[in-house]
Structures are given as C-alpha cells and as structure tokens.
Ligand binder design. Structure first.
Ligand SMILES: *[C@@H]1O[C@H](CO)[C@@H](O)[C@H](O)[C@H]1NC(C)=O
Ligand SMILES: *[C@@H]1O[C@H](CO)[C@@H](O)[C@H](O)[C@H]1NC(C)=O
Ligand SMILES: *[C@@H]1O[C@H](CO)[C@@H](O)[C@H](O)[C@H]1NC(C)=O
Ligand SMILES: *[C@@H]1O[C@H](CO)[C@@H](O)[C@H](O)[C@H]1NC(C)=O
Length: 284
C-alpha cells in the first residue's frame, strides 16, 4: 500500500446557537458549521491532485443533473475548490483542499468544508465532520489505486456509507431495524445483532449480487436520540456504477419499517460516501 493514512483531525465549530430560541423538537434550526480535516499521504501532491480532480469531475458528469452535483470551481497546484449541492437543496457546501508537498515526497492535504443550512440540533453538527472523516478513507484508497487511463473506471468494491439521525432512542431504532431485516428474509439475512452493531447480508433476488451491511448505533448528544452509521458494501468487484444497490439496501430498511418518517429523521450522505445517492430509485 503506497498510501498511508496517518492522521485525521477534526474540528467542528458552531455559530449562532446561543442566539437561537430553544426549538420544539424535532424542529431543526439552521446554523453554519464547518469541518476541517487533515490527511497525510505518502504520495506526491501531483498525484493526489489528479485523483481528487478526476473524482470530482467523475461525480459531476456521472450524475448529469443540475440539482445534484459536485462542481469543480478551480484547481491550481496548491488548492482545489469545489461546490456540492444536494438534490433537495438542503445541503450546500463549499469544499477547499489545500495541498502542500512534504519533505518526504508525500503530501499534506487539508480539507475544509463549509456547510450552508445544514440543519439538525440532534447531533450538534458532529455528524457532518464524521461524514467527512469517512471520506478520508475513500481518498486514501483512491490514492492507493494506480492511476488508470481515464476515463476507464477502476474496479473496486462499491459501497454506500450514510448517517441517520433519529429523535428516538437507539434501543427502539435497533429493534425496528432488526425486525425489518428478519421480515425481509431471505433477501436479507441477519448475521448478528450484538451490543451496538447489527450486521446483515443482502442477496439480490436473482442471486447475482451480494452485499454486506453493517449498522452501528450510538446515542446522540441530545438525550433520547440515536445516530446510526450504516454501510453496505458489494462483495464482488464492480465498476463505478452500482445502480444504487448499496444505497437502496440501507434505505429500503428505513422505508419499509417507516423509520424514515419517524421524528427527527435525517439522512446525511453524499455521492462521495454513497454511490448512487441522489440517483437511486429504491423499490421499498
Ligand atoms: C460555487 O459556489 C459559490 C457560492 O456558493 C458560487 O458563487 C459559485 O458560482 C459556485 N461555482 C460554481 C462553479 O458552481
Ligand atoms: C462559500 O460560499 C459562500 C456564499 O457565496 C461564501 O460567502 C463563502 O465565503 C464561501 N466559502 C468558502 C470557503 O469558499
Ligand atoms: C439491539 O438489539 C439486540 C437484540 O436484538 C441487542 O442485543 C443489542 O444490545 C441492541 N443494541 C442496541 C444499541 O440497542
Ligand atoms: C453472510 O455473508 C458472508 C460472506 O459471504 C458469509 O460468509 C456468511 O455465511 C453469510 N451469513 C449469513 C447468515 O447469511
């Protein structure tokens, strides 16, 4: 592995919370949050820059619609800027990566994402940074892949990582999700449900695609809430497009059980963390 993810630091800062009148849950109040992360790569900055820019461009053309996009704003040797907007217009972020060469021949990448109108008091913005921490793993693996001849997609295990917030205690969310997995048998198979995580397998009805699913439950900062980190990963190597299968594996559990309309429900993900997000039409 040519790339080593050495460190990831995060700082979340919230603005204007004190000025906001106490909301009636699950009402959410807009605030501006930002997230800074730093990654050290044992790979030259030129290669990191190439990979990042290609990834941003791949996702903007992949989606091909005006409202759900990563847009490259500028790319110079020391800095890459991009915008992201979610399909529902609720999320908009300016993203800036600053690249500095290190003496060792590696590259230090600082990422800053400024969020406009990201709204949930449940978790005080921490999830936003967590999401970007997840992305750091993706960047590490991308940089570890030998540069392919563009535009050929690189085979890899397609995945979707997403974060859900609920104004419902974890025990109840957990029980509902486990019940739904059991109800979806044999398409879903419960592998384990111990302590704070639930694991399941998913197999497509034609038996051709298989994915593994992991959900981790943690109470939110605000009492009585639950934050769920969910991941679905294709077991086979796939090309870039997974047809939204990994996203739908997760989302179908929510919609079939009605959890997506439970109090305070909010989903935080992006095309970088979850392939097909914004494109997928899930059946359940
Ligand atoms: C990026 O976003 C900023 C402000 O949100 C906007 O002024 C700018 O035009 C956007 N650039 C692109 C290329 O979309
Ligand atoms: C993001 O866009 C907003 C709105 O145009 C602008 O005020 C802000 O300075 C931008 N932030 C960054 C980090 O580019
Ligand atoms: C989820 O439920 C299982 C039983 O189905 C239990 O063993 C586990 O502790 C629960 N986890 C949480 C976080 O509530
Ligand atoms: C889940 O999938 C893994 C990997 O394919 C397999 O080893 C395991 O037996 C499966 N478990 C269940 C309960 O289906």
């Amino acid at each position: 592995m040519r790339t080593l993810l050495l460190a990831s630091a995060l700082f979340a800062r919230l603005f204007g919370l004190a000025a906001v009148p106490a909301p009636v849950p699950p009402a959410s109040v807009p605030y501006s949050a930002f997230c800074m992360t730093e990654w050290l790569f044992a790979t030259p900055c030129a290669e990191i820059s190439f990979t990042l820019v290609r990834q941003i461009q791949a996702f903007s053309s992949l989606i091909g619609c005006d409202e759900c996009q990563y847009k490259l704003v500028s790319a110079t040797p020391p800095s890459i800027k991009a915008n992201h907007t979610s399909p529902d217009g609720l999320q908009a972020e300016n993203i800036t990566f600053t690249l500095s060469p290190m003496m060792t021949g590696g590259c230090r990448v600082s990422g800053q994402s400024t969020s406009l109108g990201f709204t949930s008091l449940l978790d005080n913005g921490l999830n936003y940074c967590n999401l970007y921490n997840l992305l750091s793993g993706l960047f590490a693996s991308l940089a570890a892949v030998p540069a392919p001849v563009p535009p050929a997609p690189v085979p890899y295990h397609a995945f979707c990582r997403t974060l859900w917030l609920f104004a419902t205690p974890c025990a109840a969310v957990n029980a509902t999700i486990v019940q739904q997995i059991l109800a979806f048998s044999p398409e879903y198979e419960l592998v384990s449900a111990i302590l704070s995580s639930v694991k399941a397998n998913h197999t497509s009805p034609d038996g051709l695609q298989a994915e593994s699913i992991t959900l981790s439950f943690r109470p939110t900062i605000m009492p009585g809430g639950c934050r769920v980190s969910a991941q679905s990963t294709s077991l086979a190597f796939t090309t870039l497009l997974d047809g939204g299968v990994n996203y739908c594996n997760l989302y179908n559990l929510l919609s079939a059980s009605g959890l997506n309309s439970s109090p305070g429900f909010m989903e935080m993900t992006s095309e970088w963390a979850c392939l097909g997000y914004g494109l997928a039409t899930c059946k359940a």
